[in-house]
Design a protein. Sequence first.
Length: 401
Amino acid sequence: TWASVVQGPPDPILGITEAFKADKDPRKINLGVGAYRDEHGKPYVLQSVKKAEEAIAAQNPDKEYLGITGLPEFTSRAALLAYGADSDPLTRGAISVTQSISGTGALRIGGTFLARHYPHAKAIYLPTPTWGNHIPLFRDSGLEVRSYRYFNKDTIGLDFEGLKADLLAAPEHAVVLLHACAHNPTGIDPTPEQWATISDIVKERKLFPFFDMAYQGFASGNIARDAFAVRHFVAQGHQVAVAQSFAKNMGLYGERTGAFSLTVADPEEKARVDSQLKIIIRPMYSNPPAHGARIASQILGDATLYAHWETEVKGMADRIISMREKIYSILTHDLKTPGTWDHIKNQIGMFSYTGLKPDQTKALAEKAHIYMTSEGRISMAGLNGGNVEYFAESVDSAVRG
Ligand code: LMR
């Protein structure tokens, strides 16, 4: 029956973990998937999450189904986190929000909602490069995937001129996918001034902004700062869609905790949009898992736990920033590795686009047992005091060939 099914390629990100696991060398390092590791290279469960779980266990919750759009306390607190307490649509009851199977599920619900209900051409513009999963995800949602320039390989920085030109040339009403902060894979974000310009162009061209916000708090260590782009667009009167993930900022990876939201005209429109979100979700997975949403809701709704969580998010962000500085310093000052490495410390968030070429990343895997995506993206969280020097020395050897 399945004789004509062809072998598919491994996933460009999750496939790396498989290669890493198969490698038996004790020096091996996995810098592929973006999952936080502590200073000993171990997965990290936040203390605030453990405390939230204790509080939940004490409530002895049942295992009943959640509603189709999830836990109401969670979704309202998630919206508050993203939009901020003084957000106009939030205070007017004009945000339609549903729980989702983390950020990927949120994007997929949003893609499907747009494909079904957006009254204009169904084209979405993605930055080049973007998170690899965006492309099949939006294509499978029924949108036509197009691209806008984002990365300048000569400066290893933002191609702001290319970005502006491509958004100005996009047809009216096109959807534009924006990484709210900590752009994946490059680690390069627009400045606040550049965001303001992007907002003006989006308004002028009547584009529809869809934010992927997978790293709120995790990028700079500051919740509000990382929400700047979303909140600025909303303050400028844009209607927006937002996909949120709690995988990174609460370390809830496997709990699949996220939210999808849309700003709408008023509570009456919200009721109609909510009903259509339910019609999309019900045949896909019926209703979302409860545990992660309970954890996030507990943390977001309790001032003490929230403050503890903020400290921990900042701790993760700061550890990553310290790794950036360490690599930069070893490559530039100690090893005098050819090339410039300023971008490593200027980039933000979990990922760094190192500028390493595919043959160099291949050599790093084969000779040094260091795994990263073939485009040269590394997850900074995979580095720590125990392996950063070995990593930098290996990069030096790969660059010198
Ligand atoms: C990544 O880009 O590594 C993460 O967002 C995890 C994933 O699902 O790809």
